[in-house]
Design a protein around this ligand. Structure first.
Ligand SMILES: [Zn+2]
Length: 318
């Protein structure tokens, strides 16, 4: 255990950590363990369990009774685990500023903590992340996964969960329309990306998140991190919830990212689509960074510098 800590955090005593190795599920869990030991005001709950039995943690920072909760979600997609690193950096930084009574972006962290609750799911798709980083290994359905990956052990471009369902098409938002497009693109079964599943919410990862959102009506806004493109999506099927356009403009101003409206296959079945269509909540897909997925690990610091003002400021925009 001790050695593993050193692999992830060469200098654990630093207040703001470096993230020098790929962020697989075990690395994230050890990081959250370190945070809970270090910051006694931080809560980490198991929100659910992935298909292959990995815990999907939710981190909660702020006032449980504020009734103004903002939800941040990372790593819907296997090759986008750099978004987990971005959210861990944010948790680390927020906790340090709060503990040290230091203002950031002219926000008083005590005010932010007292008046809002920020819930963070750093890695919604741990099985997909494991496949992308480590390959199929001894996964319980290894043969099936290999078949879906066209016989290759190289899972570098794997986006789906542990049985080839693309979680960001598994929400109940235009599912039937998406199925038509899916068939037209010849995606008929589990695949590295874009297969939406047998039915909406068929996957335990999506089920866990949606159950939480149905249960907790204090959630007023969602930010979902993906890579890449430096864009912010804020509508679904032409629907734009109240305040969403103004908030999107402010977020774009802070990050330099462009505002975009989803088209074609990208506009069905995602978390943002579901939250907009079913809940009428201001919900944003943030396409972090620019380049070819998977974005290299070392870019996480520069990407974080472009999105951190959004992450600190978004909660006070509602
Ligand atoms: Zn994505």
């Amino acid at each position: 255990m001790h050695e593993n800590h050193h692999e992830i955090f060469p200098d654990e005593s630093r207040s703001l950590l470096d993230f020098p190795i790929p962020m697989d599920h075990a690395a994230m869990m050890r990081c959250l363990d370190l945070f809970t030991r270090r910051y006694n005001f931080l809560s980490v709950y198991p929100m659910g369990t992935s298909l292959h039995g990995r815990t999907i943690p939710m981190v909660r920072i702020g006032n449980e009774k504020a009734y103004r909760t903002v939800l941040y979600v990372g790593a819907h997609h296997g090759m986008e685990w750099i978004t987990t690193v971005l959210l861990l950096r944010f948790i680390n930084e927020y906790c340090e500023y709060y503990r040290g009574h230091r203002r950031i972006f002219n926000i008083n962290p005590e005010y932010l903590f007292r008046s809002r609750l920020i819930c963070i799911v750093p890695m919604l798709n741990p099985d997909g992340v494991e496949l992308q980083i480590h390959g199929p290994g001894d996964a319980p359905n290894r043969d099936k996964l290999m078949e879906m990956n066209h016989g290759s052990e190289d899972f570098t471009h794997w986006q789906a969960n542990g049985r080839g369902v693309d979680l960001n098409h598994n929400y109940n938002a235009g599912f039937a329309e998406y199925k038509e497009l899916e068939r037209a693109s010849d995606i008929l079964r589990g695949a590295p990306s874009r297969f939406s599943g047998e039915y909406p919410e068929s996957e335990p990862e999506v089920g866990a998140l949606v159950n939480y959102l149905r249960f907790d009506d204090s959630v007023k806004m969602l930010l979902t991190l993906h890579t890449q493109g430096e864009e912010i999506y804020y509508t679904s099927g032409g629907i734009c919830p109240p305040k969403a356009k103004n908030i999107a403009r402010l977020l774009a101003g802070m990050s330099g990212y462009a505002l975009s409206e989803a088209m074609g296959m990208a506009s069905f079945g995602g978390l943002t689509d579901w939250a907009i269509r079913e809940r009428n909540l201001p919900s944003f897909t943030i396409e972090c960074g620019k380049g070819v997925n998977p974005l290299p690990l070392h870019t996480n610091f520069s990407i974080y510098t472009t999105i951190r003002e959004m992450l600190f400021t978004a909660p006070i925009l509602i």
